[in-house]
Structure formats: structure tokens, C-alpha cells
Design a binder for this molecule. Structure first.
Ligand code: FES
Ligand SMILES: [Fe+2]
Length: 361
């Protein structure tokens, strides 16, 4: 089976990428090496790294990572002890050193090995010259990202003008509210494909379709991300069962940003939501939503505006999950290999596939 697959940069001529890219586990291995190990991945929240010694741990595909605050500096390391690969940190918390929980080798917060018990007599063993392997760390707003590729472009370069574009939403002053996650029986790319177009909204999301001005739905692909936005549909006659009131605020339009390969950032006035799509296998993924707000509710589970918002979010998510799982099953059919793109509606999907092609082949 070929790991190389065709891709046409001209969407009007292009066919979609072959079904085997979704179905064959070999592509997931390739994606782990060539995509997930080379791109910025969401690791946690700045709120958990405010004080000297605070740390968080995160698994980025095959790589366990620890991120910590050392004075003014955020540092990231592979959470893999230099001795026999024990963990130097677990969960999250606050410590002055990192101590491996296997045989107790101890590292300072800058990653230097400080203490290795009972290693007397071992030749060519110099703790002072031994360091945990570092990874890149960067923040945007309340979010912490890591990149295990030391040669990858800085996060700020990847985000281009996205922070400026989102400046009026004040994301940096938003605080964590809650998290929800789903295990979905589809390849991670099916969920991402589905996120990247509004083409399915009229058929899959009748409720959402009532809210959005579909004719003015725009997708803007950039180098490593894309932005989607759509104005709210004006209310004609009574507001009926509408969820959003377009006349209620002078709100800037909501922005739905996707960052290659697996993260979405949905920003609204006063709140935002991150979605991360994590492969669990070639035909399964976990999707994690985290909500942030400028004025977090005392309890999102009972706050009326949050229960309404979460119910609508669940409705849309359930609709997306159902279609993504059916598509995963159908991609295994012997009659399907490649389809075509709507040039008017699927430029975001085509852009994602162009990056897949660039990184994988
Ligand atoms: S594996 Fe870390 S001290 Fe042995
Ligand atoms: Fe959808």
C-alpha cells in the first residue's frame, strides 16, 4: 500500500484524499511522527502555572510532557527520566524539584540532574551535565501550548494575526469554567473535516441553521490555521424559538478558528471554547471541549444561561458525532475511495488536506 497519495492544490480540479488515509493504521503512525510531533499542541492553562514550581503533565501522542514554572520562565520537558524512563512528574501540583518516582533521581526545575542515589563508582557519569530533554513552550491568552519539535516555527509565527483578530474579545482575561469529553468512533480527521465546513449545517444542524446567516458563511484559510465566521440571521417577526438575538449586542461576530492539526478555538463575546481532537486509534478519537468565560458562573450546571448554552452545544455535538461515525463506517465500503470538494463551501477542508499532504508525503 502506498503511503504517498495524490492531492491537487486546485480545489476545482481536486478529488478528496483517499479512504485509506482514514482507514489504515499505518497513517496514524505516520501522523504521530510527522504531524503531532511537529506542531503546537494544547497542553493546559496558564492559571495552573502561575507560581514558581507549579507544574502540569500532558500526553502528546507517544510523548509524556511536563510543563512547569521556574521563576519568570515556563519550561517544558519530556516527562521521561534519564535513568530507566520513569516519570519525573505526575498529575499537576507544585514542587521545588522534580523527583522521579521510580528510583528517586532528582532534577532541578531547569531540568539538570541534581541527585542520583547510589551511583558511586559508575564511570563517565556526570549528573551536572545531564538534563531532561526540553520541548518548546508558549502561551496565548489563558492557554499553554507545547511543541516537541525544537525546529518548529514559534507559536506566534504560526498564529500570524489571529491574536490581533481576537483582541476585542479579551480572551487573556477569560477563566476556565468547565470541560466535557466524548469518545467518538471515527478517525480524528473525519471530525476535523466536519468542523471545517458549514456545508453540512442546513442538513445536519437544523437548529443551528436557524441561527446562522448561511449565505454569508465564510471560511478563510491561512498558512497553518483557518477562520470561519457567519453573521447571525436577522430576526423577522417575533423571536420565536431563536437561541441568539442578533440585536442584543454590538458584538463582534463569533470567530471559529482551527489550528492545524487538531485544535479549534471558538470565540464569542464574553466566552470561548477550545476543542481538541485526540486520536485513540485509527478509527477512534477523543474530543475534549473546555469552556472559558470573562465572568465565570458560580456553577455552570445550574446557571440558566450556561445550561441553555450547553444544551445547544450538546445538540450540535450529538448531530456531528452521529454523521462522523456513519462516515467512518462508509469510508470502509469497497465502492468509495475519493470524492469531490464543493469549491464554494469546502475550501477549509481542502486546506486541511493540503497540510496533511504537505506533512505526510
Ligand atoms: S527511572 Fe528515574 S530514577 Fe530510575
Ligand atoms: Fe457540525
Amino acid at each position: 500500500m502506498s503511503l504517498v497519495f495524490p492531492f491537487d492544490p486546485n480545489i476545482e480540479r481536486a478529488s478528496t484524499i483517499p479512504a485509506r488515509v482514514y482507514n489504515d493504521p499505518v497513517f496514524l503512525e505516520l501522523e504521530r511522527e510527522r504531524i503531532f510531533a511537529r506542531t503546537w499542541q494544547l497542553a493546559g492553562r496558564t492559571d495552573d502555572l502561575r507560581e514558581h514550581g507549579q507544574f502540569i503533565t500532558v500526553q502528546i501522542e507517544n510523548d509524556p510532557i511536563v510543563v512547569l514554572r521556574d521563576g519568570e520562565t515556563l519550561r517544558g520537558f519530556y516527562n521521561v527520566c534519564l535513568h530507566r524512563a520513569g516519570p519525573v512528574a505526575q498529575g499537576c501540583g507544585k514542587r521545588n524539584t522534580l523527583q522521579c518516582r521510580y528510583h528517586g533521581w532528582t532534577y532541578s526545575l531547569d531540568g539538570t540532574l541534581r541527585r542520583a542515589p547510589e551511583m558511586q563508582g559508575v564511570q563517565r557519569f556526570d549528573p551536572e551535565s545531564m538534563h531532561l530533554v526540553p520541548v518548546q513552550v508558549a502561551t496565548w491568552g489563558p492557554l499553554v501550548f507545547v511543541n516537541v519539535d525544537g525546529k518548529a516555527p514559534p507559536l506566534a509565527d504560526v498564529l500570524e494575526d489571529l491574536p490581533t483578530r481576537l483582541a476585542s474579545f479579551h480572551c487573556e482575561s477569560m477563566r476556565y469554567v468547565m470541560r466535557k469529553e466524548w469518545e467518538i468512533a471515527c478517525n480524528w480527521k473525519i471530525y476535523v473535516d466536519n468542523y471545517l465546513e458549514g456545508y453540512h449545517v442546513p442538513v445536519v444542524h437544523p437548529g443551528l441553521h436557524k441561527e446562522l446567516d448561511y449565505d454569508n458563511y465564510v471560511v478563510e484559510p491561512r498558512r497553518y490555521f483557518s477562520i470561519q465566521h457567519a453573521p447571525l440571521r436577522p430576526i423577522e417577526g417575533g423571536s420565536g424559538d431563536r437561541k441568539y438575538d442578533p440585536s442584543a449586542t454590538e458584538a463582534p461576530e463569533a470567530v471559529y478558528a482551527w489550528l492545524f492539526p487538531n485544535m479549534m478555538l471558538n470565540v464569542y463575546l464574553g466566552q470561548m471554547q477550545t476543542n481538541v481532537v485526540l486520536p485513540l486509534g485509527h478509527d477512534r478519537c477523543r474530543v475534549v471541549f473546555e469552556w472559558y468565560a470573562e465572568h465565570p458562573p458560580a456553577d455552570a450546571a445550574t446557571d440558566p444561561s450556561w445550561t441553555k448554552l450547553l444544551a445547544f452545544s450538546d445538540e450540535i455535538q450529538d448531530e456531528d458525532i452521529e454523521i462522523c461515525e456513519i462516515v467512518q463506517r462508509n469510508l470502509r465500503s469497497r465502492v468509495y475511495d475519493r470524492g469531490r470538494y464543493s469549491a464554494a463551501r469546502e475550501n477549509g477542508v481542502h486546506h486541511f488536506h493540503s497540510l496533511l499532504h504537505e506533512f505526510l508525503t
